[in-house]
Write a protein that binds this ligand. Sequence first.
Ligand code: NAP
Length: 348
Amino acid sequence: MTDRATAPFSIATDGIDPALVPQRVLASGARMPAIGLGTFGSDRVAPADIAAAVRGAAEVGYRHFDCAAVYRNEADIGQALADVMARGIPREALWVTSKLWNDRHAPADVAPAFERSLRDLRLQYLDLYLVHWPFPNHHAAGVTVDSRDAHAKPYIHESFMATWAELEKLVDRGLVRHVGTSNMTIPKLELVLRDARIRPAVNEMELHPHFQQPELFDFVRTNGIEPVGFSPIGSPARPERDRTPDDSVDVDDPVIVRIAQRLGVHPAVVCVKWAVQRGQTPIPFSTKRANYLANLRGAVGEPLTEAEMEAIAGIDRNCRLIKGQVFAWKAGQRWEDLWDLDGTITPP
Ligand SMILES: NC(=O)c1ccc[n+]([C@@H]2O[C@H](COP(=O)([O-])OP(=O)(O)OC[C@H]3O[C@@H](n4cnc5c(N)ncnc54)[C@H](OP(=O)(O)O)[C@@H]3O)[C@@H](O)[C@H]2O)c1
């Protein structure tokens, strides 16, 4: 008897041929699938369930997986990736991202942190390695919104570039194809672009209909950096620490609901379709086959009309959900201080 993990790989009959999934062409010329599977279980989904979703997602046609050391499930995902490759999906057909967590920014820690992710993911190289946050401020999994790192620091550009230089060495060593940033702002990226030997290929940023970040979105694209959009559905199951009473709910927006009704899909799928069509690469999370398959179908299916795209452009509420309160570096700070809202880097 052959079990699922060793049976030869074939796309599920109701799945999507990966050749039909739109691709982003990065500044390097590399092609990245324009939708990926998120793997952050929001502190509540077991690693084994996320690994099962990675296997299932590969079976329905996903080839892009957004991972991170801090999600504490890379070893399980590595087993899933090994299974799908053992069954015949070549490594080159996959796009695997991981991220350096905030407590490993010290230059001496970067290579060991990267190598741990590589080992856990059971790969010889990664397609993309991101600096997860521009701050070297740590929080443990499952903390509340009041939690603070006693050694928290502001953004210090020289320190960031020392970390970045270690990522560049990983490229030089052939261990990662591209490096990138996440949770950045325009003034911080301007400095990185000025000083980097290897430019960021991607900036991973929060993007959903109620948080469209048009200036940053345009800035990165103008500078040849591909925007990857996290929490594309508005992260309805995000941890308690990332919820405030003023947060809006994308999937309840009447514009999104109306389009979903026209298409006969869940409003989540409309968020994914909008993202792909607008030009970012969404990485929706789901462990439910019906949902991750619907999201992938949405990425290749009938496009939204121009009027629908315009209607969604009109519902931006500038509603950041992942505010990062736990990364504040001094008492009494507002979360807005992390995001350089006046166009300059918030002073220490
Ligand atoms: N760089 C960063 O700092 C950063 C920050 C946050 C997130 N991320 C990445 O972005 C990924 C996605 O963001 P996220 O996990 O915050 O939120 P999200 O993808 O916006 O939302 C995920 C939620 O939507 C539900 N969902 C997905 N597809 C659905 C569908 N078709 N119909 C109905 N419900 C659906 C999922 O539930 P079910 O499981 O029940 O389907 C899950 O609860 C993360 O997993 C992570 O990889 C990165």
